[in-house]
Design a protein around this ligand. Structure first.
Ligand code: F6P
Length: 363
């Protein structure tokens, strides 16, 4: 491969099912097909700052396709431009980009494959501007990365959330309760929309459509009057009432993206119970959605994405993001995805189908 002998691969940002499948695909394609050396950088950009990396071999990436998490470790707090060495956030952020560049040179890395979300792609774009070759591979359960129709990890998270919703369905019916399941997704409602539809949730609440609690209560009461004495609500952690605000569960001062959402499900439960008298319970699904082995679709997508990343380097590309567009794995300029989120458009066909089958969105 012209000018490329050794590459570094890292997983950065929050973990998601399928990361190991990408690492495996990158390493196996690079080692077997192109005779490259592959270094696994540990804990995302933190490993680059601290010069922690290890060679990946066919042996070390064998048997990891179905494994959840990432064998390299990850980190969703480190940005080399604003590096905080303390754990409590009290230290002043420092720019340690030069240190990363030194470690890239010292380890003779001719290119980086960065498997990450929007924050990681911004860092990778920054590196490209400083002369480093970077190929990005989009990951996140949230499916909110701009430029790609889908990210790996999303299908698994949807399947886990759907199973949880299916399970609360039976207990809600037995106890004649409203059951609310709060799912992840940050400012995008993709997980809620897809798992809500797959589970036949009666109400789906997403950040893209601010809700009115009165409308939800009316819907739940009407169902009760028609003999359906229970309701299932799937709510995204980023959903918020009309004119209201998102519920923040914690602020992490050590993180470059400090706000963690969570808790809106309980708030809606309290409001529904107070207004209707119907017993209402909440399940906050949390990190269960990010854990465990990837579903088959994510394993396939991750393998295609990893293979494409190496393919792009072979084709002489030095700053691209692997994406899925209209069913085809292709690529766009890395910087195109920088600082952008892909939210659900209001004319999304899946959203339209849900409305047509009578799902309430609280609007
Ligand atoms: O971006 C993935 C995600 O799981 C979001 O859905 C969620 O809001 C966030 O990460 C949680 O972050 P942490 O793992 O830092 O709590």
């Amino acid at each position: 491969m012209k000018g490329i002998h050794r590459i570094g691969v890292m997983t950065a940002g929050g973990d998601c099912p399928g990361l190991n499948a990408v690492i495996r695909a990158v390493a196996k394609t690079a080692l077997g097909r192109h005779n490259l050396e592959v270094m696994g950088i540990e804990d995302g950009f933190l490993g680059l700052v601290q010069n922690r990396m290890r060679p990946l071999t066919n042996e070390s990436v064998s048997n990891i396709l179905t494994l959840g998490g990432t064998i390299l470790g990850t980190n969703n707090k480190v940005s080399p431009r604003k590096y905080m060495s303390g754990t409590n956030g009290s230290a002043e952020p420092r720019d340690v980009t030069d240190r990363c560049l030194e470690h890239i040179a010292h380890n003779h890395l001719d290119a980086l494959v960065v498997i990450g979300g929007d924050g990681s792609m911004s860092v990778a774009s920054d590196f490209v501007r400083l002369g480093i070759n970077c190929i990005g591979v989009p990951k996140t359960i949230d499916n909110d990365l701009w430029g790609t129709d889908v990210t790996f990890g999303f299908a698994t998270a949807v399947s886990i959330a759907t199973e949880a919703l299916d399970r609360v369905h039976t207990t809600a019916a037995s106890h004649h309760r409203v059951m609310i399941v709060e799912v992840m997704g940050r400012n995008a409602g993709w997980i809620a929309l897809h798992s809500g539809i797959a589970s036949g949730s009666d109400v789906i609440l997403i950040p893209e459509i601010p809700f009115d609690t009165n409308i939800i209560c009316e819907y739940v009461v009407n169902r009760s009057k028609r003999g359906k004495r229970f309701s299932i609500i799937c709510i995204s952690e980023g959903a918020c009432p009309k004119g209201g605000q998102q519920v923040v569960s914690r602020i992490d001062p050590t993180s470059t993206d400090p706000t963690r959402l969570g808790g809106i499900g309980q708030k809606v439960a309290d409001d529904i119970e107070a207004a209707t008298g119907i017993e209402t319970r909440t399940v906050k699904l949390g990190h269960v959605q990010r854990g465990g082995c990837p579903v088959a679709a994510d394993r396939v997508l991750a393998t295609e994405f990893g293979d494409k990343a190496v393919d792009l380097l072979d084709a002489g590309e030095r700053s691209r993001l692997v994406v899925m567009k209209d069913g085809v794995v292709t690529h766009i300029p890395l910087e195109d995805a920088e600082g952008k989120q892909r939210l659900i458009p209001l004319d999304d066909p899946v959203l339209r189908a849900a409305r047509n089958v009578g799902t309430c969105f609280g609007d």
